[in-house]
Design a protein around this ligand. Structure first.
Ligand SMILES: [Zn+2]
Length: 144
């Protein structure tokens, strides 16, 4: 049986929720690169995230279910500017905030630099932080 990567996740929790949901429907699936990502989140980008591998015969059904999960998830996020639900989580490369990070980035270019995740509104273009990221709170405090 061939397994095909149908979806990629940047975090362990989302990947497991999706896999659990597919298994409920009797879909044969497993997570690839799960351990790499869990050990060091910064490597997530290097390995291309956690891949949800689905048995070839079940791909069409899996995609339907994943789309539904995605739709339900989007309905819970509202753009603070225009109230739209047309929101997608995007990754934005973290800006080097000081010379230490610049040098670090220069020395360790073989490692993927950490990225910030942000919600992007496709209706007004507004970007706002992912609600669950604790880091975002710290950054806001620094700015003040
Ligand atoms: Zn908006």
């Amino acid at each position: 049986m061939e397994f095909i990567p149908v979806f990629t996740y940047n975090d362990y929790v989302s990947a497991h929720i999706a896999m659990g949901r597919l298994e409920e429907d009797g879909i044969d699936c497993w997570l690839k690169d799960e351990n790499t990502v869990t050990i060091n989140a910064a490597w997530t980008q290097a390995v291309g995230g956690i891949k949800l591998m689905v048995a070839e015969d079940h791909v069409a059904k899996a995609v339907d279910i994943l789309k539904e999960i995605d739709r339900q998830h989007k309905a819970t996020i509202t753009c603070p500017k225009c109230g739209s639900h047309n929101i997608e989580l995007v990754s934005t490369p973290r800006k080097a905030s000081n010379w230490v990070m610049v040098i670090f980035g220069f020395l360790f270019t073989s490692y993927a630099m950490p990225v910030d995740m942000a919600n992007h509104c496709f209706d007004c273009g507004h970007e706002f932080p992912e609600a669950k990221a604790e880091e975002v709170v710290d950054k806001d405090q620094l700015d003040n």
